[in-house]
Design a protein around this ligand. Structure first.
Ligand code: PEP
Length: 257
């Protein structure tokens, strides 16, 4: 399985607008003369910084993503940001269903699925996060949770949509904790995700990409790059430093080349 790699930087609620712009300027400066074929980098800044970051990256190969979207095109939804607006602001990707959104903001499978569909309609590629909690893993419920979360999205995925299907397997117990999943286990879950997509939409199975997320660093990313069923990583903390971010990309590239 050799699908194009997707590396997604999730900055969460970090960095001011100025810091965000300075980061991507520095990223472009350091990338000069460096070709990174078949790896798409996606930077997901805060929504306030997204437009400024997108303008700086507009002529580059680095893409911009949103960390969240709301459902709907427009309307009386105070504080909401539609995927259509995010696309207009320069985003091409959006993280959907991050466990922090599910846990802190009560997003359920149905809402996450609706957000994914709204992204597709708005020409954003949704990166749909799925993953089990520590309690669910210990109870042997991992596969059931993942299959349920993936099915909820694929059961409403628009028939004719050509958008890529991207899931990020993010075990909740590994996010921001320094604990990482075993790469072989991440590969096993990636297989389960693909099989679940196949059961719902067989024609899409070959274009599904599964990323791993959860305490990825330059020290541990090689093991995930070695796992052929994974097509990249979703990185939080380790993406905040531009040097560390570039090292993650380099290691992935070295392992896969
Ligand atoms: C995340 O933001 O989805 C994430 C995986 O964070 P971290 O890399 O810090 O664990």
């Amino acid at each position: 399985m050799n699908q194009p790699t997707l590396m997604v930087a999730n900055w969460k609620m970090h960095k001011t607008v100025d810091q965000s712009r300075a980061y991507v300027r520095e990223l472009l400066r350091r990338r000069q003369g460096e070709t990174i074929p078949s790896i798409t980098e996606v930077i997901c800044p805060t929504v306030v910084a997204l437009w400024g970051v997108a303008r700086i990256l507009a002529e580059s190969e680095v893409a911009v993503g949103a960390q969240n979207v709301d459902v709907g095109r427009e309307g009386a939804h105070t504080g909401a940001v539609s995927p259509y607006l995010l696309h207009e602001a320069g985003a091409h990707y959006a993280i959907v269903g991050h466990s922090e959104r599910r846990q802190l903001y009560g997003e359920d499978d149905e809402l996450v699925a609706a957000k994914a569909v709204e992204c597709v309609n708005a020409q954003l590629i949704p990166v749909v996060c799925v993953g089990e909690s520590r309690e669910e893993r210990e109870a042997g419920a991992t596969d059931g949770v993942i299959a349920r979360q993936v099915s909820a999205v694929m059961s409403v995925w628009p028939d004719g949509a050509s958008a890529d299907v991207v899931f990020a397997y993010e075990p909740i117990w590994a996010i921001g904790t320094g604990l990482v999943a075993d790469a072989a286990e991440a590969g096993r879950v990636a297989r389960l995700i693909r099989d679940t997509v196949h059961a719902s939409q067989p024609q899409r199975q070959d274009s599904v990409r599964v990323l791993y997320g959860g305490s990825v660093t330059r020290e541990n990313i090689a093991q995930f790059a070695q796992e052929s069923l994974l097509s990249g990583a979703l990185v939080g903390g380790a993406s905040l430093d531009v040097g560390h971010w570039m090292d993650l990309i380099r290691v992935w590239k070295e392992v896969r080349s």
